[in-house]
Write a protein that binds this ligand. Structure first.
Ligand code: BV8
Length: 253
């Protein structure tokens, strides 16, 4: 692992345009269950892939609203972990050297922004923002559980989470930035994601074909593992700070 950390740090120092894609694994050390194991006791009988769909919300708005409200509360109680903090420092160090940094997250927990990342694209929306199913008017609900499930709106609709469900298109701007950045970077990180959900899982292939060096930081091997130039398997909250410290010196922040 030492050798891989040193190589990743060297590539980071040489990089001019860095893209990082993150998934639920980067928030696991903030006690936010990952997508695959987010079905803790209360939700064991459901499959997240079926709950995170417009059809599930249509069929059972009460259960889907409850699930997202429970997750929203978990996010509000969570704190960014050293992995989020290391990525925010990576952005600052790259910017200091005149480089470009883009973080594309699949997560809806808001922790990258809270850790200080600026050039952030929330590919799958945000749990913080909810909107009316009739007027599409957005609002940020108070950080306490909803009083009723589902939540009815004055327009006669429901309040739904501002996330992208399976079968829904990603926001135009998010896609444009993500494709553009991935196709023009010289260093690409895939962090804490099972790399199975598209189009997010396709950005590493795009970066690779554009000639970028690709690095995976993930607890387990994924379909991206055989694609990348360097795979570091372990906890992102431990590995990312080591790469950033090795590249830019021990953090004095
Ligand atoms: C779309 C928000 C157009 C909601 C989510 C090809 C092209 C386009 C679409 C498709 C396609 N093929 C199939 C599709 C359809 C579908 C898809 O990809 N399906 C998959 C299952 C095959 N894609 C879509 O529907 C997308 N829409 O493309 O629009 C369209 C329209 C109609 C029809 C077709 C296409 C929308 C996808 C977005 C869905 N919304 N989230 C919510 O959060 O509830 S997806 C959700 O699951 C996450 O956001 C994430 O994207 C995805 C996977 O989760 P991960 O983040 O990777 O987390 P996971 O638990 O899976 O893995 C965690 C990893 O972390 C593990 O590998 C683990 O080892 C690691 N780990 C754990 N702890 C740590 C760690 N690593 C490091 N440190 C640790 N401590």
């Amino acid at each position: 692992m030492e050798e891989s950390i040193a190589r990743a740090a060297e590539w980071l120092r040489e990089a001019h345009a860095v893209v990082v894609v993150t998934g639920a694994g980067v928030s696991a050390e903030s006690e936010i269950p990952t997508f695959r194991d987010s079905m803790e006791a209360l939700w064991a009988e459901f499959d997240p892939q079926t709950l995170a769909t417009p059809e599930a919300f249509e069929a059972d708005p009460e259960t889907v609203t409850k699930w997202y409200d429970w997750r929203r509360m978990r996010c509000a109680e969570a704190e960014p972990n050293p992995g989020h903090v290391a990525l925010a420092r990576m952005e600052r160090e790259i910017a200091k050297r005149g480089g470009v940094f883009t973080l594309l997250t699949q997560n809806v927990d808001g922790l990258h922004a809270r850790a200080g990342t600026h050039n952030l694209v929330e590919l799958h929306g945000s749990l913080r923002v909810w909107r009316c199913t009739v007027t599409r008017k957005e609002r940020v609900p108070d950080p306490e559980p909803f009083p009723e499930y589902p939540v009815r709106t004055d327009a006669g609709g429901y309040l739904r989470p501002g996330v992208v469900w399976f079968g829904e298109s990603l926001p135009e701007r998010a896609l444009k930035v993500a494709f553009g950045a991935s196709a023009s970077c010289d260093l690409f990180f895939s962090v804490g994601t099972s790399a199975v959900v598209y189009p997010a899982a396709g950005f590493v292939e795009l970066a690779k074909s554009a000639g970028a060096r690709c690095i995976e930081v993930n607890r387990d091997p994924t379909p991206a593992t055989e694609l990348v130039d360097l795979a570091l398997h372990g906890k992102s909250g431990e590995i990312l700070p080591r790469i950033v410290d090795a590249a830019f010196g021990q953090s004095d922040e």
